[in-house]
Each structure stands twice: as structure tokens, then as C-alpha cells.
Design a protein around this ligand. Structure first.
Ligand code: NAD
Ligand code: LMR
Length: 341
């Protein structure tokens, strides 16, 4: 029976590689902005994911090469590339999950909000196409400023009559990835064992890591806590400065985006207890209609938005001071759609 077990395992992993397992549902994932700094490694990681059966790579330029390149990898997902707006409908048709890393990245000296003028319009037009061609898909928004681009997509979906708050996610996983890494390094822990919830939004002080709820439990001095919090909040800027004009985080973002997308697909496929931090429609903090906190994922996207748990005094102060910036970024997104169209 050991031999039978081994044989079954071998067969099922063969089937998974070919994307043929009857137990694994077909899942079509699109990456919009697939030829970009994030899009390329993210497309690669999704091609390596056995849960993805169809991978749709879309960009306004450069996708034929990227898609051809990725398509030669001998994993199960079928890869198709689409370039140019006339191909967007085909790229989106039948998608279960759409990941959006389309738009310009920061240069040194810029805030994420400085990207609003260009990226808001890109996100609005992509959201509009999603509403038309795959209104039931889950959407993972990576394009910055996330605090505003998620409300923009929501307003577009509302106008089109397709809005489902359970299906729209701002990707804040990179903040969690950074908090885990920085804490593990600081305390000499094995990073694989470390987890840190990060709540709020995805820009500067709106990023609020909850080190008091870290796993494993850690004792931090006031200085350590302050340094780790600030480093997590400024992690994006650290990369922007290190890249010195050549963009922002792409590889760590692709890793984080792939992690979050995989959790979304697992939830869709019926896996239990899939919990990730994400920036979603929320009533966790009164007065803030969008907020990132732990979210339980399920077959239809958000199954449950979890509360914040007990905050330390330091974290409570951080929460109090992020509210006005987060609210004005949300309003800016909402107004962009409602005033301009
Ligand atoms: P990039 O410039 O390297 O790539 C962006 C890609 O988007 C380009 O290939 C471009 O052709 C494409 N694009 C532009 N308009 C498009 C449209 N209408 N439809 C489809 N594709 C379009 O930038 P990047 O480094 O990949 O960053 C992309 C975005 O992700 C930026 O806004 C950046 O700030 C953001 N970002 C977010 C996080 C996060 O944690 N959420 C992390 C890193 C970067
Ligand atoms: C990040 O956190 O790395 C991204 O939001 C990109 C940026 O502009 O910092």
C-alpha cells in the first residue's frame, strides 16, 4: 500500500504539472501590465503555480516577447499574450483572477500619491474593461497609489453595476513580507517561522505593522519597535532610493503578488483557513470605508474581514494618526471617477 500511495502521488503531481488534475479546477489568471518590472517576474511565478491552468499576459507594449518566452516553460498553465487595447477583451474573457501591476512606478523624491495623475486613468480604464469582460473575477490591485486605486476600481464597478466588495483587493502583502523579514533579521529568528499582520493602507504612515501580534511573540524595546515600524513604512522608499531612478520594488513585489494571488485561488478552490492581510471595503475602523486588515478568503473572495485584535498604545497612536491621510486618499479616488465621468 506504500507503493500504491507513492504511485498515486506521482500520478497526481504529473497531472498537476500538466494542469489536468480532475481535483484541480480550471483557473484563468490575467496579469495586466505583464511586460513591466513587476509583470514579468509575476507572470513567471504564476506560470510556475500548479493551480493556474490558463495565464493571460496583457500589456500595451512588449507582451508578445514576454508571453512567448514564458510559454516555453514546461509547466501546466497555457500561456497567451495580448498586446494593445484591441486585445484587452480577449485577455480578460473567462478570467477568475485579474492581477493589475499596470502603471508608472516612483522615482526618488516622489510619494505614491504623485503617481495618481497617470495611474488613476490607467486603473479606471482597466476596471471598466474588467466590468465588461469578466465581471465575476477577483481583482488584485497592485498599481499605486493603492489607497486610491482600489476606491477608483470600486467606483467604476459601481457605475457599471458589477461591484462586489468581496472581489476587490488592494495588494499589501509586500508590507507583510517586509515586516517578517525585518523582524526576523533584527531578532535573529528563522524568517520562515515569523509572521506580522500589517494593517491600514499602503503608503507611508498609513502602513501600520502590528508587531505586538507577531508570531512568535517578541519583546521589543521602544527603540527597536520604532525602528522596525519606520523601516516597514519606508520599505518602498528604501528600494526606490537604492534603484536610484530605475523604478521601485519589482522582484519582492512579484513574490508578494504571487503569494497573495495563490491564496486567492486557494480560497476560490475551497481551501479552508486562508487568511491574508489586504486592503478591502471594510467597517473595521469607523469612518474608513477601505482598510487593510486580516481577511479570510473563500470561494467568492472575501469570506470575512477580521477585526484588528488588541492594539498596543503605540499601535493605537499609529492608527489614530493614519486616519486623515487614508481618508483623503480614498476620497481622492472616489472623486476622480465621479467628477470626471
Ligand atoms: P513598470 O513601468 O516597470 O511596468 C508597468 C507596466 O504597465 C509597463 O509594462 C507598461 O507598459 C504597463 N502599462 C501602462 N499602461 C497600461 C495599460 N493601460 N494597460 C496595461 N498595461 C499598462 O512599473 P512596475 O515597477 O512594474 O510598477 C507597476 C506599478 O506597481 C506602479 O504603479 C508601482 O508603484 C506599483 N507597485 C505597487 C506595489 C504594492 O505593494 N502594491 C509594489 C511595487 C510597485
Ligand atoms: C512598494 O511598497 O515597494 C511599492 O508601493 C512601490 C513604491 O513606490 O514604494
Amino acid at each position: 500500500s506504500v507503493a500504491v500511495g507513492l504511485l498515486k502521488r506521482a500520478l497526481s503531481s504529473q497531472q498537476q504539472v500538466r494542469g489536468m488534475s480532475s481535483a484541480t479546477p480550471k483557473r484563468k489568471v490575467a496579469v495586466l501590465g505583464a511586460a513591466g518590472g513587476i509583470g514579468q517576474p509575476l507572470g513567471l511565478l504564476m506560470k510556475l503555480n500548479p493551480l493556474v491552468t490558463d495565464l493571460s499576459l496583457y500589456d500595451i507594449a512588449g507582451t508578445p516577447g514576454v508571453a512567448c518566452d514564458i510559454s516555453h516553460i514546461n509547466t501546466g498553465a497555457n500561456v497567451e499574450g495580448f498586446a494593445g487595447e484591441e486585445d484587452l477583451a480577449k485577455a480578460l474573457k473567462g478570467c477568475d483572477l485579474v492581477i493589475i501591476p499596470a502603471g508608472v512606478p516612483r522615482k526618488p523624491g516622489m510619494t505614491r500619491d504623485d503617481l495618481f495623475n497617470i495611474n488613476a486613468g490607467i486603473v479606471r480604464s482597466l476596471a471598466s474593461a474588467i466590468a465588461e469582460h469578466c465581471p465575476g473575477a477577483l481583482v488584485n490591485m497592485i498599481s499605486n497609489p493603492v489607497n486610491s486605486t482600489v476606491p477608483i476600481a470600486a467606483e467604476v464597478f459601481k457605475q457599471k453595476g458589477t461591484y462586489d466588495p468581496k472581489r476587490l483587493f488592494g495588494v499589501t502583502t509586500l508590507d507583510v513580507v517586509r515586516a517578517r523579514t525585518f523582524l526576523a533579521h533584527r531578532k535573529g529568528l528563522n524568517v520562515r517561522d515569523v509572521d506580522v499582520p500589517v494593517v491600514g493602507g499602503h503608503a507611508g504612515i498609513t502602513i501600520l505593522p502590528l508587531f505586538s501580534q507577531a508570531t512568535p511573540k517578541v519583546d521589543l524595546s521602544d527603540e527597536e519597535l520604532d525602528a522596525l515600524t519606520k523601516r516597514t513604512q519606508d520599505g518602498g522608499t528604501e528600494v526606490v532610493q537604492a534603484k536610484a531612478g530605475k523604478g521601485s520594488a519589482t522582484l519582492s513585489m512579484a513574490y508578494a503578488g504571487a503569494l497573495f494571488a495563490e491564496s486567492c485561488v486557494k480560497g476560490m478552490n475551497g481551501a479552508q483557513d486562508i487568511v491574508e492581510c489586504s486592503y478591502v471595503a471594510s467597517s473595521v475602523v469607523p469612518g474608513l470605508p477601505y482598510f487593510s486588515s486580516k481577511v479570510r478568503l473563500g470561494p467568492n473572495g472575501v469570506e470575512e474581514v477580521l477585526g484588528l485584535g488588541k492594539l498596543s498604545d503605540y499601535e493605537q497612536k499609529g492608527l489614530d494618526s493614519l486616519k486623515s491621510e487614508l481618508m483623503s486618499s480614498i476620497e481622492k479616488g472616489v472623486n476622480f471617477v465621479n467628477v470626471k465621468t
